[in-house]
Design a protein around this ligand. Structure first.
Ligand SMILES: [Zn+2]
Ligand SMILES: [Zn+2]
Length: 206
């Protein structure tokens, strides 16, 4: 009898533990009918484009249109390097967006940078308008994390699209994917494919 009593307490504790702060992969915007165009750039693999299409649909509920692959625009290239200006890329990407699409996501294998404080060419994983219609994600700095490469690429993509949807950076929960990576992978190791309740609330309002 006593044992049964303990079991009941155990089950009550278990059900209390499954609150809304537990990371989950359920769709955060299940009724989103918007369309995101994906533009593959450089040597990005079809396998990665397929993965990101699937992840965006499953996470945000949005539709995906994959555009034919393009070369990186020379107008955004930093002289005598193989690095590209991410802000200039966003402006260029906006012009590549089909009119019937709500936003465009460029995915590249090349290194992209942006101005950060006193650093004019700070390397980043990605950049996106907040809110807006364009974002860029680079695989260049993620290649070194062989077995986590695709996971990190997914996190960065969901993060940049989150900006496009109006989400700012978040410091409410270390696992929330809207944390600012600040150009290092340290944050990515802590993040999950998950938005904290504060970010979810902001998203529902947008
Ligand atoms: Zn960000
Ligand atoms: Zn958050």
């Amino acid at each position: 009898m006593k044992r049964c009593y303990y079991l009941i307490i155990f089950f009550i504790l278990l059900s209390c533990g499954s609150d809304q702060t537990k990371p989950t992969n359920s769709k955060v915007k299940p009724n989103d009918s918007s369309v995101t165009a994906i533009l593959p750039l450089g040597q990005i693999e079809n396998r990665q484009i397929l993965l990101l299409s699937r992840e965006l649909t499953s996470f945000y509920g949005m539709k995906i249109l994959v555009l034919p692959k393009k070369q990186m625009p020379e107008s955004c290239l930093l002289k005598n390097t193989e690095r590209y200006d991410a802000s200039a890329m966003l402006q260029w990407l906006k012009k590549q967006k089909p009119t019937h699409c709500d936003r465009i996501l460029g995915i590249t294998t090349y290194d992209v940078y942006t101005q950060k404080g006193k650093y004019p060419h700070w390397g980043v994983f990605g950049l996106g308008y907040n809110p807006g219609e364009a974002c860029i994600v680079s695989d260049h700095r993620l290649k070194q994390f062989a077995n986590r490469r695709d996971t990190f690429l997914t996190l960065v993509t969901l993060h940049e699209i989150g900006h496009n949807l109006g989400l700012p950076h978040c410091d409410k929960h270390a696992s929330c994917l809207m944390n600012d990576a600040k150009g290092t992978a340290k944050t990515l190791f802590a993040e999950k494919k998950w938005l904290c309740s504060n970010c979810r609330k902001l998203l529902q309002k947008s």
